[in-house]
Design a protein around this ligand. Structure first.
Ligand SMILES: Cc1ncc(C[n+]2csc(CCOP(=O)(O)OP(=O)(O)O)c2C)c(N)n1
Ligand SMILES: [Mg+2]
Length: 249
């Protein structure tokens, strides 16, 4: 669903595939661009897609560099790369597939797993408070941050299009259903039921503003959280490069 949404966004915008490079880490989410997409893809080590993508973008700023990453990939082993890419406002588009668990490796606890959840590695319940990934990126200086779920396909495609047309760093969190490892832990092992659950539990940011903390427990706040313009790293680098040519050292 996320793969198809992305291809829809690319097609609607008419971006030639030669202009896009997709970079993915290791995890179920890593299989989205590679081998599914007929375009340049890098399938790299776990936790490092943003680091590889940074090299691609600095090397060729004209490319549209899109990172597909999991919640574990992006915020556990790769957490530093995520916050620093946001801080630098480097023009990467990061699509984070957040299923709130390590899916591919067998359902281990992730930094996004809710408190109390029993997983393979927390058989008596998770004691660690989860990250709110969008808030984390906002705190790190993200200039475009949005969250949708696999239930919200139309707004997801719109957000992807918006992310793809911006120059700076864009972070798109997609809550994704994993009936195999997450759903069955909460008693919803049917994929369609999980989508209905996303539908029922989601609250738009506009509506959430009028709700108390208590009312928001167990809800997923969705929508566009941040959309601001700021100079991106490539642009600042070019300006510095020009200025340095005329400066005595
Ligand atoms: C350096 C390293 N550490 C650990 C692993 C094992 N590993 C592969 S994927 C993964 C976590 C996957 O979780 P997530 O990033 O959330 O992706 P998902 O499968 O849920 O989409 C782990 C721990 C690895 N491949 N490389
Ligand atoms: Mg995951």
């Amino acid at each position: 669903m996320i793969a198809q949404s992305f291809l829809r966004a690319v097609d609607d915008l008419g971006i030639p595939k030669e202009k896009i490079v997709c970079v993915a880490g290791i995890g179920c989410s890593g299989w989205i661009p590679s081998p599914l997409f007929d375009m340049d893809t890098l399938h790299v080590t776990h936790g490092r897609p943003i680091a590889f993508a940074t090299g691609v973008k600095l090397g060729n700023p004209n490319l549209e560099v899109v990172v597909f990453t999991g919640d574990g990939d992006a915020s556990a082993i790769g957490g530093n790369h995520l916050i620093h890419a946001a801080r630098r406002n480097i023009g990467l588009k990061v699509i984070c597939v957040n299923n709130m668990i390590y899916g591919m490796t067998g359902g281990e606890v992730a930094p996004t797993t809710p408190l109390g959840l029993k997983t393979t590695t927390t058989p008596f319940g998770n004691l660690e408070r989860p990250f709110d990934l969008s808030k984390l990126v906002i705190g790190a200086g993200g200039t475009y941050v949005a969250r949708w779920t696999t239930y919200h396909i139309a707004p997801l495609v719109s957000a992807m299009k918006k992310a793809l047309t911006r120059k700076g760093f864009a972070f798109l969190e997609v809550l994704s259903h994993c009936p195999v490892h997450y759903g069955r832990r909460i008693g919803i092992s049917d994929p369609v039921e999980m989508l209905r659950w996303f539908q029922k539990q989601s609250v738009t940011i506009e509506k959430a503003h009028g709700m108390s903390e208590q009312e928001l427990v167990g809800k997923f706040v969705v929508g566009e959280f941040v959309d601001i313009e700021a100079p991106d790293l490539n642009q600042m680098y070019e300006q510095l490069f020009e200025a340095a040519k005329h400066e005595p050292n």
